[in-house]
Design a protein around this ligand. Structure first.
Ligand code: GLY
Length: 305
C-alpha cells in the first residue's frame, strides 16, 4: 500500500469489534487472514456476516492461534498466474509467464496442493497486461526494497490475479516457483549462468526465450495432499520422451519407488500448448504405477477462455 502496488483492499485489526464493523462495511465474501502460524487454518473466506463473526471470534476474541492481528481483505476473482523476475536492486528481468494448478482434481476441484501442473506461455495474459504487471507491480516492488534500504537480489515471484478491476498482486515469494520453474526455464534460450552472474554483480544482461510451449503434469500419490502410501514401484520411465522431474521418488536397487506426495512431473513440449499437452499426457500414459493419480485438464484456462 505504501508504494501503491495494486493489491486487494485491506485493513489490519487487533480488535474483534472493529474488524467485524469493517467486514460489515465491505462487500462479501470477506477474506480473513490471521497474521501468524495457524497450522494451515489461518485463512477463512467468509461468505456471510455470521461466518466472518465466528472466524473473527476464534482469531481475535478466543485467541485460538495465539494473540495476533487479522488482515481483512477484499475477495478478488479471476485467473491467477505467476510472474517471476530476476532482480538485482532496481534491475528487473522478467521471465516468461506460467500458471500453476493448485487444486488436486480436474475442474479445479478438491483440496489445495503444492501444485498439480503448470504451463507456459499464457494466452489469456496480453502483452499489455504483462507490461502493466511489470511496470506497476514487479518494478515498483524492486524499487521499494531499494528505497527501504534492503535491495533485493535473486528471483522475485509475483503471484498475480487478472481481476475484472485489473491485475493485482496476491503474494510475493523470494524464490523460484514450483512447479512453474520446470515449465519456464526450458523456454529460456539465454545461458542461465550469465543471468545469475548479472544478478549477483548488478551487470547488464538480456533474456531471450524460445517460442515453443511447455506443459507439465504432476503424478501424485493417491490420497495426497492427505495421507498416502509410499514404496510403490514406478515402471515405464524409459519409454518417456518428455522431461521427467523426480519430485518424490527413491531408487531401490534397479527399481524406482514412490517416496512422496507429489512423485513425478512430466513436462511436454510443443509448437502450441495443445501439442505440449498431448505430448505430456501421451508420456504420462507410459508410466505404470498402481498408486498414482494426475489431472487431465492442465492448461484449461488457455484452452477454454
Ligand atoms: N507454485 C506456487 C509457488 O511456488 O509458490
Amino acid at each position: 500500500a505504501k508504494y501503491a502496488i495494486p493489491t486487494a483492499g485491506y485493513r489490519a485489526f487487533t480488535e474483534y469489534a472493529e474488524a467485524l464493523d469493517y467486514v460489515a462495511s465491505r462487500p462479501l465474501p470477506a477474506v480473513l487472514k490471521y497474521d501468524g502460524l495457524a497450522a494451515g487454518k489461518g485463512v477463512v473466506i467468509a461468505e456471510t456476516q455470521e461466518e466472518a463473526d465466528a472466524a473473527l471470534k476464534d482469531m481475535l476474541l478466543d485467541d485460538k492461534f495465539g494473540e495476533g492481528k487479522v488482515v481483512v481483505e477484499d475477495f478478488l476473482t479471476g485467473p491467477e498466474f505467476s510472474f517471476m523476475c530476476f532482480v538485482s536492486g532496481r534491475k528487473v528481468w522478467p521471465m516468461a509467464l506460467a500458471q500453476d494448478h493448485k487444486r488436486a482434481f480436474d475442474g479445479d476441484k478438491g483440496p489445495n496442493t503444492g501444485g498439480m501442473g503448470a504451463y507456459s506461455p499464457l494466452p489469456f495474459v496480453t502483452a499489455e497486461d504483462e507490461r502493466y504487471a511489470l511496470e506497476k507491480i514487479l518494478q515498483p516492488a524492486a524499487d521499494a526494497m531499494v528505497a527501504e534500504g534492503c535491495p533485493f537480489e535473486g528471483v522475485l515471484y509475483g503471484g498475480l490475479m487478472k481481476t475484472p478491476q485489473g491485475i493485482k498482486v496476491i503474494e510475493f515469494n523470494a524464490r523460484f516457483g514450483d512447479p512453474e520453474t520446470e515449465v519456464v526455464l526450458p523456454r529460456l534460450k539465454s545461458d542461465i549462468v550469465d543471468i545469475f552472474c548479472a544478478v549477483a554483480d548488478g551487470a547488464d544482461t538480456r533474456l531471450e526465450w524460445h517460442d515453443f510451449a511447455t506443459l507439465g503434469v504432476v503424478l501424485a500419490s493417491k490420497g495426497y495432499p492427505g495421507s498416502y502410501e509410499k514404496g510403490h514401484q514406478i515402471k515405464g520411465l524409459d519409454r518417456v520422451g518428455s522431461a521427467v522431474y523426480h519430485m518424490g521418488t527413491k531408487a531401490d536397487g534397479g527399481r524406482i519407488l514412490t517416496a512422496g506426495g507429489r512423485v513425478l512431473f512430466v513436462v511436454g513440449k510443443g509448437a502450441t500448448l495443445a501439442e505440449a499437452r498431448a505430448n505430456a499426457l501421451k508420456d504420462v500414459a507410459q508410466i505404470g504405477c498402481d498408486n498414482l493419480f494426475y489431472r487431465t485438464d492442465i492448461g484449461h484456462w488457455a484452452f477454454e477462455k
